[in-house]
Design a protein around this ligand. Structure first.
Ligand SMILES: O=C(O)CCC(=O)C(=O)O
Ligand SMILES: [Fe+2]
Length: 199
């Protein structure tokens, strides 16, 4: 393995720089450029607005995801996203049944502070995040101490977010107005199938 592992034992994440080689990046990026993204409207504190990025949810049948009160039905897995899911399972024993792809078309697009702690996620499961395209700062903030960490995630990087990171840290992707390039981020997740059946 040529990859460098940046595992700091006290932190619940593992940063694998250059996890995808340039060829893998380019095949996945070409595929990702053609995904039919959507910009859903969400209601936060009673006010409706469009999210500051576009996204699409791929998953196994029945693996629905609720996002800010919005139920998202999965689109079937595209070829290279599915290959990457299997690569993660082979390399790390990391199993997932859905992936949220976020597309940030320049530095105005962003994601606010949150933790991925929804009830439909399998308790104790990890989340695997893979970045393509423009490098951006990914910021973590500890719930109790307020300590901040900035990880500059670049194309091909993998960030394994281990349990219980979502319970102890929040994360965000802040605006970077001077940056113009497009960034894609894939977060592979393990959801409880049929969790929203009957919603
Ligand atoms: O774009 C990123 O790196 C973060 C994405 C994220 O936090 C999410 O999809 O929940
Ligand atoms: Fe997140």
């Amino acid at each position: 393995m040529q990859q460098q592992l940046f595992q700091q034992s006290q932190e619940p994440w593992t940063w694998v720089k250059g996890y995808l080689n340039p060829r893998q990046q380019s095949l996945l990026l070409t595929e990702a450029e053609a995904y039919p993204y959507e910009r859903p409207e969400v209601t936060v504190y009673g006010k409706a607005h469009k999210i500051p990025r576009t996204q699409i949810w791929f998953g196994d049948e029945g693996v629905e995801y609720k996002y800010s009160g919005l139920l998202v039905v999965p689109t079937p897995w595209p070829y290279y996203a599915n290959r990457l899911r299997h690569q993660l399972s082979k390399d790390f024993g990391f199993v997932s049944n859905g992936v949220l792809v976020n597309r940030y078309a320049g530095g105005r697009d962003c994601m606010g502070w949150h933790a991925d702690d929804e009830d439909e996620l399998v308790p104790g499961s990890d989340i695997a995040s893979v970045t393509l395209g423009e490098g951006r700062d990914f910021v973590l903030r500890h719930n109790d101490t307020g300590e901040k960490r900035i990880l500059h995630l670049e194309s091909g990087d993998l960030l394994l977010m281990h349990y219980p990171m979502q319970q102890t840290w929040q994360h965000s992707l802040p605006k970077r107005l001077k940056q113009e390039g497009t960034r894609w981020n894939f977060t592979f997740r393990q959801l409880i199938p049929g969790f929203h059946a009957g919603d």
